[in-house]
Each structure stands twice: as C-alpha cells, then as structure tokens.
Design a protein around this ligand. Structure first.
Ligand code: SF4
Ligand code: SF4
Length: 100
C-alpha cells in the first residue's frame, strides 16, 4: 500500500491515513527492518562464550544460532537497539555507527 503525499502540506487533521499498519501477525520476516538502523552490533567471535543471553534478549530474533552456538547477526532484521551489546557478559558485541 502507498499513499499519495503530493499535497502533504495541505493535509488537515483527519486527512492523515492510519500509519504503521500490521495487517497480519508474524509478517516481520517479509520486511527487511534492518534498513531502519543507525547503529549496528558487531560480534567479536573470539570473545563469545555462546551463552545465548543475546539471543534471549534480542527483541527482533536477529541472533543467528545453530546447534546452541551463535553464528552471527541477521542484519536484514536487526534494528540496532543495542540490547545484545548491553546484556552480553563477555563484551563480545560492540555497537558501531551504521555505514551510509
Ligand atoms: S551474549 Fe555475548 S557471549 Fe553470549 S552468545 Fe551473545 S555474543 Fe556470545
Ligand atoms: S542490536 Fe537489538 S535487534 Fe540487533 S541483534 Fe542486538 S538486540 Fe537484536
């Protein structure tokens, strides 16, 4: 769905369409929400103990895991909130500015 915003400056209260619609549940996988990010987590593999705390806390299910081992970060969906870096007990995730 797209909106015709050519006359946006002339819109009045009540003219605005509803925003942030989620028409069906569980559809986040269809959208690359990582495009919203201004900072990104950088995983430092050699410091990682695979405790999975970041996986528990990540609100976007963006910690990639296989057979109880962390594999990396799904940058297509990570929104850069920084929770994983804040919670990692081994300082194995650092936040850095997103590339332009
Ligand atoms: S919280 Fe830190 S140490 Fe634990 S799995 Fe994540 S990156 Fe590795
Ligand atoms: S920055 Fe936020 S969204 Fe991205 S992997 Fe870490 S906890 Fe998940």
């Amino acid at each position: 769905m797209s909106w015709d915003i050519k006359n946006l400056k002339n819109w009045k209260v009540g003219d605005h369409p509803p925003g942030a619609l989620i028409p069906t549940g569980g559809n986040a996988v269809e959208y690359k929400t990582g495009g919203w990010r201004s900072e990104k987590p950088r995983w430092i593999e050699e410091k990682c103990t695979h405790c999975m705390i970041c996986w528990v806390f990540c609100p976007d299910t963006s910690i990639e895991v296989k057979e109880s081992k962390m594999l990396g970060i799904d940058y297509d969906h990570c929104k850069g909130c920084g929770i994983c870096a804040a919670e990692c007990p081994s300082d194995a995730i650092e936040m850095e500015e997103e590339e332009k």
